[in-house]
Ligand binder design. Structure first.
Ligand code: GRF
Length: 206
């Protein structure tokens, strides 16, 4: 079996990236993590990635000022230099330019902590609590030009419980993120059209 080469982009602690690295330890998993790249050299996840033997690359976006694409071109070059075939965004806190999105059309995925199309953007758990929803969760989707839009590959739902605060709800969602993301990446990497996990069963619409 040839495993698809995956590059993961992170900005912070990298727990979803870690879940992907864990899954990829299994030789039967259809993807391998060949590069973990970040726009922040102090992203905690970079150290974790090195612990898994993954190559890492960090390039601060700040010196590029408003030239978002110039930064992306260097990130893109690093991905290509490592032979990356699929890009997984995992807490990558940058809005992407249409240029980068076009480079990876159909081959770039993101995990978002809500049941999209509900609550795109930031502060999803706070907004879910304020809205009074009884179910919340996470979504893995293909990246398109709109922020947190694009075809949904899989979703996992959790209950919102009485007494939940933002932290409690975020922790419950994060647990299922760590199951959903490896399942969706595996499905995309192996060309399957269904994602089956104990938390989700969703049609992949690629
Ligand atoms: C996760 O909640 C993910 O859904 C969102 O950003 C957070 C990243 O967390 N896109 P981590 O860095 O993977 O721990």
């Amino acid at each position: 079996m040839t495993r698809k080469k995956v590059g993961v982009l992170i900005s912070g602690r990298g727990s979803n990236m870690q879940a992907l690295c864990e899954a990829a330890k299994d030789a039967a998993y259809p993807a391998e993590i060949v590069l973990v790249a970040s726009n922040r050299s102090d992203a905690g996840g970079l150290e974790i990635a090195r612990g898994y033997g993954a190559e890492t690359f960090a390039l601060d976006h700040r010196p590029f000022g408003k030239d978002r694409e110039a930064h992306e071109r260097e990130m893109d070059a690093a991905l290509r230099a490592h032979g990356v075939e699929i890009v997984a965004l995992a807490g990558y806190m940058r809005v992407l330019s249409p240029w980068l999105v076009a480079q990876w059309q159909g081959r770039m995925i993101n995990i978002h902590p809500s049941l999209l199309p509900l609550f795109p953007g930031l502060d999803t758990h706070k907004r879910a609590l304020e809205a009074g929803v009884k179910l919340h969760g996470c979504t893995v989707h293909l990246v398109s030009d709109g922020v947190d839009e694009g075809p949904i590959l899989g979703q996992a739902a959790v209950p919102v419980l009485a007494g939940d605060d933002e932290a409690a709800l975020a922790a419950r969602v994060l647990k299922v993120e760590h199951r959903l993301y490896p399942a969706c990446l595996a499905a995309l990497a192996s060309g399957k059209h269904w994602v089956e996990t104990d938390a989700a069963a969703s049609l992949i619409s690629v």
